[in-house]
Design a protein around this ligand. Structure first.
Ligand code: TPP
Length: 514
């Protein structure tokens, strides 16, 4: 058995079942090993950002890591924006990055770079295997590091000779760190704050936004009068009819400040204290008001659900919390497709148990409002604000959960970063319906230009934010990659296309001309 084979077998026996890959010459032994050992599904992405974004989507829905396989420093660099999003989602991820053979490095061949230097800013754990006999132990350590709470990015660099030389065999997974219990003082401190009757907000992130966490938070809210609020962008929120409903802290600074203006206490539950995404002249960076005290119930890596259970008990919270009623969303009158009208159609038709990927950007709010009382679903967001993750994220989620319909709410500008993921969806036969929100512009940036008060945009500035010269043919792009696609220009057409997409078992793209 060579080093690459020992690694594939180690990963597979540690429960890493899927590898999202874009390999090169230095990874050929790993690729060959896939046929010989272990039982690993290997999924080709035609750009590294597809592989890393799909690994993120997979792990968010499978609650365990996938691996990626990337080609030296440049391959890793191409995938990093979505590694950044994964890290901000606390996603467990194992990146395997091939490198030149150890003795070849001295010659500074064209693909040589400082791979560790590329990896570190976006990884929590980085190691370069010294030789073929260390590879399996390093691989097992990478999986354990990735699975450590709250979920981390581990990057293992694999010199080509460590892949092809003789190894001793696979290595067992070392003990994986568990979630640390929250100290009792943190629970009693927060209980005291909530008993004071002063206006309090429970600010939720991570597993607090899964159904059980939300139910507990809802019970605590009933007892204490505290308000529930989620972080603006989250890895996975279980929402919809029958679940405790939650509002999200708005993205625009003024609205976020207004949302928190009355709070006297902000209780962090698996979240971090909210700050503005960007600085704006004359606006604060910190979003909670000066008179508001911050308290921590649980860090993202602690036992968040256990802490909520203990807090509910300490407060004597009732056994049940009110849940969201099912809602239907009558579309606004008129034939034109607007984000609001499209959202109403989707909110009414959304199938139970769907996974909704939200890279809708300027249309996101319309969809969030009109899916609040839709059938129960999971929502995955762009946690790190680096656009170009939606199509890959949906791809990975569909591989993790073939039993569920995946709906990708996809803004057109963001889609263009990683549209190759449609090809992977076709090749793997994935059940993903993409609503391509075709507004032919970087609408959010136009809003941001106005937010900065930078004056009216002239032709040159507008050219940086408009995508209609030439217009993109989304139906043609999707079909050329093997994905069925249709254009919807009217609401009637959209209803028809949605019905077709939702009943299809393979990938389907609806080009929504907004
Ligand atoms: C990796 C990355 N590059 C650039 C940006 C800056 N950016 C933010 S929004 C945006 C435009 C988004 O346009 P689109 O996806 O079409 O959505 P719309 O705003 O039109 O709803 C850009 C370029 C970013 N957030 N991340």
């Amino acid at each position: 058995m060579n080093g690459a084979e020992s690694l594939v077998e180690t990963l597979a026996s540690a429960g890493v079942e899927v590898c999202f890959a874009n390999p090169g010459t230095s990874e050929m032994h790993f690729v060959a090993a896939l046929d010989r050992v272990g039982d690993m599904r290997c999924v080709l992405g035609l750009f590294e950002g597809v592989a890393t974004g799909a690994a993120d989507g997979y792990a968010r829905m499978a609650d365990k890591p996938a691996s990626t396989l990337l080609h030296l420093g440049p391959g890793l660099a191409n995938g990093l924006a979505n590694v950044h999003n994964a890290r901000r989602a606390n996603t467990p991820m194992v990146n395997i990055v091939g490198d030149h053979a150890t003795y070849h490095k001295q010659y500074d061949a064209p693909l040589t770079s400082d791979v560790e230097g590329v990896a570190w800013p976006f990884s929590d754990w980085v190691r370069t295997s010294a030789d073929s006999r260390s590879v399996s132990r390093d691989g097992a350590a990478a999986v354990a590091a990735a699975m450590a709470p709250p979920g981390r990015v581990a990057t293992l660099i694999l010199p080509a000779d460590a892949s092809w030389n003789e190894a001793d065999g696979p290595a067992p997974l070392p003990p994986v760190e568990g979630r640390a219990p929250v100290p009792p003082e943190a629970i009693s401190d927060v209980a005291r704050v909530l008993r004071s009757g002063e206006p309090a907000v429970l600010f939720l992130g991570g597993h607090a936004l899964r159904e059980l966490g939300l139910t507990l938070a809802g019970r605590i809210a009933v007892k204490s009068g505290a308000r529930l609020l989620a972080q603006t962008l989250n890895a996975r929120v279980e929402r919809g009819a029958g679940r405790v409903a939650i509002d999200f802290l708005p993205y625009p600074v003024d609205e976020a400040i207004a949302t928190l203006a009355d709070a006297r206490h902000l209780v962090l539950v698996g979240s971090e204290a909210p700050v503005a995404f960007f600085a704006y002249p004359d606006k604060p960076s910190v979003l909670n008001p000066p008179q508001c005290e911050t308290h921590r119930l649980a860090t993202p890596g602690e036992d968040i659900v256990g802490a909520l259970e203990a807090l509910a008990e300490e407060l004597g919270a009732p056994q049940n919390a009110p849940v969201q009623a099912p809602e239907k969303y009558p579309p606004p009158s008129g034939e034109a497709i607007t984000p609001e009208a499209a959202a109403a159609a989707l909110g009414t038709l959304l199938p139970e148990g769907a996974v909704v990927v939200d890279e809708a950007l300027s249309a996101a709010r319309a969809f969030m409002l009109r899916t609040r009382g839709a059938a129960a679903h999971d929502c995955l967001q762009v946690t790190g604000g680096a656009i170009g993750i939606g199509v890959p994220l949906a791809t990975g989620a569909a591989i993790a959960r073939p039993d569920r319909k995946v709906i990708c709410l996809q803004a057109d500008g963001s889609a263009m970063y990683t549209l190759q993921a449609l090809w992977t969806q076709a090749r793997e036969g994935l059940d993903v319906t993409t609503l391509l929100l075709n507004n032919r512009s970087y609408a959010l940036l136009k809003q941001e230009l106005a937010n900065f008060g930078a004056g009216d945009a002239g032709r040159r500035a507008l050219d940086m934010m408009e995508l209609d010269r030439p217009a993109l043919d989304w139906v043609g792009l999707a079909r050329s990659m093997g994905v069925e696609a249709e254009r919807a220009k009217t609401m009637e057409g959209l209803d028809r296309q949605l019905a077709a997409g939702l009943s299809s078992e393979g990938p389907y793209l609806i080009d929504l001309k907004l």
